[in-house]
Design a protein around this ligand. Structure first.
Ligand SMILES: O=c1nc[nH]c2c1ncn2[C@H]1C[C@H](O)[C@@H](COP(=O)(O)OP(=O)(O)OP(=O)(O)O)O1
Ligand SMILES: [Mg+2]
Length: 197
C-alpha cells in the first residue's frame, strides 16, 4: 500500500489531501496517526518557513519522507492579515467560527471589490539527507459578508470564488482541489517529486 505522510493536525486539511492523493492510490496518514505527541511551534515569518519546520520535525522524528502544509488567508484591506496567523487569528484556541467572526467584524464598512483576498498554501517536502523543497499555490477571491456552504474547513464558508460564482464551502472536494491554493501547490509538488508515482 502506498502511503503519504502529512505533518498536520488539521482534519480538514488532511481531507483536502485525501481528495487528491486517494484517487492516485495513496493512503494519507497524519500526525495523529504516527506521532500525535509532536507539537511543532510555527515560529517562522513566512508560510514556507513554517511548512519546512513542520515537515522537517516529523521527517527527523521518523527518518522518512514527510509533507507539510502551511496556509492561510491574505486580506488586502487588512494589509495581508491574518496571513501566517490565520489559524490563531481570534486567539490560541484555533476556532474556525471565532476566526470567521473576527474577520467579518474587521471588514465591516469595506465593500465590494475592496474585500479582495487570497488563500495561500506552501507545501514543504522533507526527505532525510536531502534539502527540503517548497511549493506555493494561491487562490484569488473575496471575503463574503455571510457564511454559506457545508464543505471544506477554516474560512471556506466566507471565501467567495469569482471564477466559480460560489463560496469555497459550496465546492465538493474534487471541485475545490481543481481550483484551490492547495490543489495548485500539490500540482507543482507532483510535477517535481520523483518519489511519487
Ligand atoms: O483551504 C482552506 N480553506 C479554508 N481555510 C483554510 C484553507 N487553507 C488554510 N486555511 C486556514 C485555516 C487555518 O486558519 C489556517 C491554516 O493554518 P495552518 O497553521 O497552516 O494549519 P493548522 O494550524 O490548522 O494545522 P497544521 O499546522 O497542524 O497543519 O488557514
Ligand atoms: Mg498550524
Amino acid at each position: 500500500m502506498k502511503e503519504i505522510l502529512i505533518a498536520t493536525k488539521n482534519k480538514g486539511k488532511a481531507k483536502d489531501f485525501e481528495s487528491i492523493f486517494g484517487p492516485l492510490g495513496y493512503t494519507v496518514k497524519t500526525l495523529d496517526d504516527v506521532a500525535s505527541h509532536l507539537d511543532v511551534e510555527e515560529t517562522g515569518s513566512t508560510f514556507e518557513e513554517n511548512a519546512i519546520l513542520k515537515a522537517e520535525a516529523l521527517a527527523n522524528e521518523l527518518n522518512t519522507i514527510v509533507i507539510a502544509d502551511d496556509s492561510g488567508l491574505e486580506v488586502d484591506a487588512l494589509n495581508g492579515e491574518p496571513g501566517i496567523y490565520s489559524a490563531r487569528y481570534a486567539g490560541v484556541a484555533k476556532s474556525d467560527e471565532a476566526n470567521m467572526d473576527k474577520l467579518l467584524e474587521n471588514l465591516q464598512g469595506v465593500e465590494g471589490a475592496a474585500r479582495s483576498a487570497r488563500f495561500v498554501c506552501a507545501i514543504a517536502l522533507a526527505t532525510p539527507g536531502e534539502a527540503t523543497k517548497t511549493y506555493r499555490g494561491t487562490c484569488e477571491g473575496e471575503i463574503a459578508t455571510e457564511r454559506k456552504g457545508e464543505f471544506g474547513f477554516g474560512y471556506d464558508p466566507i471565501f467567495w470564488v469569482p471564477n466559480q460564482q460560489k463560496m469555497m464551502a459550496e465546492l465538493r472536494p474534487e471541485e475545490k482541489a481543481a481550483i484551490s491554493h492547495r490543489g495548485a501547490a500539490i500540482k507543482k509538488l507532483r510535477a517535481d517529486w520523483d518519489g511519487l508515482n
